[in-house]
Ligand binder design. Structure first.
Ligand SMILES: [Zn+2]
Length: 249
């Protein structure tokens, strides 16, 4: 096969994944054999779950599209408007169940604080993460691009920021979760739902001051941890306000 050249224009924040020395949003690749567009995109460092739309010659194509001659592609992340908004979107828009890798403990805690279901085991190996992802239909959260490129990953996201609060906002934005925020409904330790519980039922388990100052309590249906406003609410409130500010709400 005669060698040919493929040019990829990456839109939105997909340049995050490109080699930093190029500092350009376009990359050219010389190929000499038929290659799927998915492989060409990933060879540039961009994991396929980050790609929502691929356009060539004005047409939206999927990941299996074969590249075999000179061509120019436009590659878009989720959330970018284009004339092809409704056609051939490659990613799930909203998903509410996640599995996060062992480096994202603080992000996990934040998301649980907001009520989201996040499986997390700091000791889990990659294979285990992928198993949980597939079996429980969860989106994978990881900053490990190689892991995100794994063929079995359908839905996933690589937080751009190193900071948990910013990562939280990114995840809410990517999966359009703002309207589903339900603070104080999920256990930070084990991810099980919390249940309201009468003070009288747990009064023996409370510290003296907690007994005096608080009236509303919730108990984890998984690990039995007891939560009340004084223990977690101020911090949660602060984060919520920060998040709302980011969404202009
Ligand atoms: Zn629990």
């Amino acid at each position: 096969m005669k060698p040919f050249t493929v040019r990829l224009n990456f839109h939105g924040d997909l340049d995050f994944f490109l080699p930093s020395k190029t500092r350009r949003k376009s990359i050219e690749r010389s190929l000499s054999e038929k290659t799927s567009i998915k492989d060409v995109i990933e060879s540039c460092g961009v994991p396929h779950p980050e790609v929502d739309l691929i356009i060539v010659n004005g047409e939206a194509v999927n990941f299996e599209y074969s590249v075999m001659s000179d061509a120019e592609f436009d590659v878009y992340p989720p959330g970018i408007q284009s004339p092809h908004t409704r056609k051939k979107r490659l990613q799930v828009h909203t998903i509410m169940r996640f599995v996060s890798d062992g480096h994202l403990g603080r992000l996990t805690r934040n998301l649980r604080l907001l009520g989201f279901d996040v499986a997390y085991d700091p000791r889990a190996h990659d294979r285990r993460l992928l198993e949980v992802m597939e079996r429980e239909n969860r989106a994978l959260l990881t900053r490990d691009r190689r892991l995100l490129m794994h063929a079995v990953v359908k839905t996933g996201y690589c937080p751009r920021s190193e900071f948990a609060d910013e990562q939280t906002i990114e995840v809410i934005r990517r999966f359009d979760l703002f309207r589903f925020i339900a603070p104080f409904t999920r256990c930070l330790r084990c991810n099980a739902p919390l249940q309201e519980i009468a003070k009288a039922d747990i009064i023996e388990e409370l510290e003296p001051l907690t007994k005096i100052y608080y009236e509303q309590f919730r108990r984890c249906t998984g690990c039995s941890q007891i939560y009340w406003a004084g223990s977690h609410f101020p911090k949660l409130q602060e984060r919520l306000e920060q998040i709302r500010a980011n969404f202009g709400g």
